[in-house]
Ligand binder design. Structure first.
Ligand SMILES: [Zn+2]
Ligand SMILES: [Zn+2]
Length: 339
């Protein structure tokens, strides 16, 4: 699990970066929501001053990292990559660096641009004139007490700083670049792990009309694998060309299919038959929605779940059939593969 903390000046665009990260699958945790809860619990009106006051008071009682602790606990229970908005003191950075795989992002922009943004935003804590805005910022930016908000120091601790002084595209490009640099020791989920194996298995396929792979798994262990290829000992499409047959579809259209190959799912099932391995209750991972024949075989093998990387363009019938048979069908991407 990767925890990304975000810090930065008011109106710099932390929320915008959060939205970009959310679209990349990051779960959002908000220090502000957490603080709002604490402020309301004390019967106070939520505004910038009460937020700062309660934050500082609670930090003195519970330690400067109380928000980070609370939010990291929640994040660890969930287990997914997340973004914590926003980090405001040194203790929080230190706690997160010590207790998780942590990256700190900072967003900044010129103070005049930021003031214009918060005026446009017009939320309850933002209704101030420019001078108050500058004064608030200075008060929050510089503090000798490590338990209090000290944006200037926190921003210096950032691993990456984003410049949001131009348009969205400019910011988005920076976010994309930085995401590529994130620590790659992110552990794959079981589904991700088996789907990576599917991609590798598919590389041995021998028909370029659809290089599919398949992995059948039970109790988190791989039982068998299969890829698209000719029956053992017979020539491959890649060597001698496809063996095309015309098929008349329901709508009267004629399409051609290569029938030289045994499908990835079928090959995996054959491997199980050859080795005497039961597939009852197993999960099947594959490149795209299984065809009608494969779907029927999958049902009768007792497979309980099918996970596809993509959708097959004429996979509707199989989808209906698999679901009718009570099989859980998941797609990683809604992208429809045509060939
Ligand atoms: Zn072929
Ligand atoms: Zn098939």
């Amino acid at each position: 699990m990767l925890v990304v903390g975000i810090t930065g000046t008011l109106g710099a665009g932390k929320g915008t970066v959060v939205e970009m990260m959310k679209s990349k699958g990051f779960v959002h945790y908000s220090a502000r929501d957490y603080l709002r809860l604490r402020v309301e619990q004390l019967g106070l009106t939520p505004n910038r001053d009460t937020f700062t006051m309660v934050a500082n008071q609670t930090r003195e009682k519970e330690g400067g990292d109380f928000i980070a602790k609370g939010l990291l606990d929640m994040a660890k229970k969930d287990g997914r990559n997340c973004i914590i908005e926003s980090i405001r003191n040194i203790k929080e950075v230190e706690y997160l660096r010590k207790n998780c795989n942590f990256v700190l992002l900072c967003v900044d922009a010129d103070i005049k641009i930021r003031y214009e943004r918060i005026v446009l935003r017009g939320s309850e804590t933002d209704k101030v004139d420019f001078d108050t805005f500058v004064a608030n910022e200075q008060r929050e930016t510089i503090s000798d007490d490590p338990n209090k908000q000290n944006l200037a120091l926190v921003m210096k601790m950032a691993d990456y700083t984003l410049d949001n002084g131009r348009d969205l595209e400019y910011l988005r490009n920076q976010v994309e670049d930085i995401c590529k640099k994130f620590p790659v020791n992110k552990r794959l989920s079981w589904d991700e792990y088996f789907l990576e194996v599917v991609k590798t298995v598919a590389k041995r396929a021998t028909c370029d009309r659809g290089r599919s792979g398949c992995v059948i798994v039970k109790d988190k262990q791989i039982l068998v694998t299969g890829y698209v290829g000719s029956p053992t000992g017979l020539p491959h499409c890649d060597d001698v060309g496809h063996l095309l047959k015309k098929v008349i579809n329901d709508n009267g259209e004629i399409s051609t299919h290569c029938v030289r190959t045994v499908h990835a799912e079928q090959n995996a099932i054959c491997q199980a038959a050859k080795r005497g391995i039961a597939l009852d209750g197993a999960t099947l991972y594959c490149t795209m929605t299984p065809c009608r024949t494969c779907a029927m075989m999958i049902i009768n093998c007792g497979i309980k779940r099918v996970v596809c990387l993509n959708k097959y363009h004429s996979g509707k019938e199989s989808e209906t059939m698999l679901r009718q048979a009570g099989i859980i069908l998941d797609f990683v991407s809604e992208e429809i593969l045509k060939y």
